[in-house]
Every structure is written in C-alpha cells, then in structure tokens.
Ligand binder design. Sequence first.
Ligand SMILES: NC(=O)c1ccc[n+]([C@@H]2O[C@H](COP(=O)([O-])OP(=O)(O)OC[C@H]3O[C@@H](n4cnc5c(N)ncnc54)[C@H](OP(=O)(O)O)[C@@H]3O)[C@@H](O)[C@H]2O)c1
Length: 230
Amino acid sequence: MELKTAVVTGASSGIGLAIAEMLTEEGYKVYGIGRIFPDGCDFFEKRISLDLRDTDILLEKISGIKKVDLLVNAAGSAYYGLAEFNTPDQIKEMCRTDIEAPMILISALLPKLKDSKGMVINIASVTSTRINTHGAAYGALKAGLRSYGRSLYEEVRKTGVRVVTVCPDLTAGTKLYRNANFKPSEEDGCYLVPGDTAECVRDIINMREGAVVTEVEVRPQFNRIEKKRT
Ligand SMILES: NC(=O)c1ccc[n+]([C@@H]2O[C@H](COP(=O)([O-])OP(=O)(O)OC[C@H]3O[C@@H](n4cnc5c(N)ncnc54)[C@H](OP(=O)(O)O)[C@@H]3O)[C@@H](O)[C@H]2O)c1
C-alpha cells in the first residue's frame, strides 16, 4: 500500500519536530520544512531548508510533491512585551510566519488535499482565545489562524478535507521563548512537552473517517511561568 504523505512546517524544532517523528511512526512520508535542522533527523523523506517568508521559494519547493494527505502548519515565531515596544521587524516576522505562510501553503496544497480527502492541522495557541497583555500581536495572529481554520473547514468539508486547529499551552523544550523574558515554570505539572501535542495529533489523524475534532486545547495542569534570570 502506498504510504501517506505529510508536509510539516516547523519540523526542525520543538512541537513540529515531535509531530514529524510521530507521523513517521504512523507510516507517513514526511516532507519537513524548517531553516536549520538538528543533526540526526534522518527519518524525513526530505528536509526542505528555507525561510517561510520567501514565499516564492516555498511554492517552488513544494510544487514537486505529487500527493499530499496531511499538511501541518507548526512553524511559528513570537515576540512578547508591551505593544509599543514591538518593532516593525518583529511584527512583520510574526505576521509572515504565523499567518501568511500557513494561508499560502494551504491555498497551494488544497487541490492535492482535496484529491486525497486529506487533512490540514494548524498549530495555533491557547492565546488565540485569550486577552494577551504582553503578547497582543502574537495572540492576534494565532486568533486569526484559528478563525481561518474554522472558516476553511466549513468551506471544504463537503470535499472530504478535514481542518483542525490545535491550541497548545506553555510548552517546555522548544525555542519559542528565546525572545521572551519568561519561560514555562520548571515545576512538575506546569508545562507541556512537545510530545504531548504530537500525541494529541496522533489521536486526531486516527479518528474514524467521517468524524473530526475541529479544535482542541492541550494544557498543563497548572498555570505558572517564571522570569528568566539575566
Ligand atoms: N512553545 C509553546 O509554549 C507554544 C504554545 C502554544 C503554541 N505554540 C506554537 O507551536 C508551534 C511550534 O512552536 P515551538 O514551541 O515548537 O517553537 P520552536 O522550537 O521555536 O519551533 C518553531 C519552528 O518554526 C520554524 N520557523 C520559525 N520561523 C521560521 C521561518 N521564518 N522560516 C522557516 N521556519 C521557521 C523554526 O525553524 P528553525 O528552528 O529551523 O528556524 C522551528 O522549526 C508554533 O506555531 C508556536 O506558535 C507553542
């Protein structure tokens, strides 16, 4: 039987990398998109190293993938702090990575996803439904991605394509907070690990055909962050 094919952005780190590994276990051929892949990820069908903001290159690189059963948009970029201190470059980077690239990829791959009656999984965030002081821009973009996924599902459900928004909470062991002055607390129960979201995605892709979880939040039991020591 022909293997299923997945395209995963953010596949070089954190949650996207954990999802890519899980998909390989599930028998998918995974085309992983990232900038710099760590050593040793030889399970990918192909590693596509590019900056998602170079959308012409992105479209060219994915055009050769013949069949797509699953698209996972996991790449993301975040800058925190008061809105007046978000620089234009930071705002542009977040807009382009967190919402422009997913929409362009979805638009380009939808014909193939319709052919395969496939699935789109967007990794948004719990910030998408919250008020985010010190993270207004990031939260707004994740809310946009969630809204886009809701509308897209209604648009394409009749074609057999399923659209899912997964909203993780504070996850340790990723690089997302590299620009922040805080991080998830290291106390037990206060953080997720990337594999928690990957396991959630495993359950979603293995749902009975004809049933779909359209939105899900994955949360640690407790809600604590800690300031980074400088
Ligand atoms: N960590 C959390 O607490 C948390 C909570 C909720 C939602 N999320 C979401 O989960 C997703 C994964 O984040 P993570 O926590 O796993 O963070 P991460 O370790 O920083 O991973 C982010 C991924 O996105 C890729 N990426 C970022 N900008 C890119 C660009 N311009 N071009 C190509 N690739 C780019 C990175 O590639 P390179 O490393 O190769 O540059 C990396 O593979 C994101 O959408 C994030 O918003 C995370």
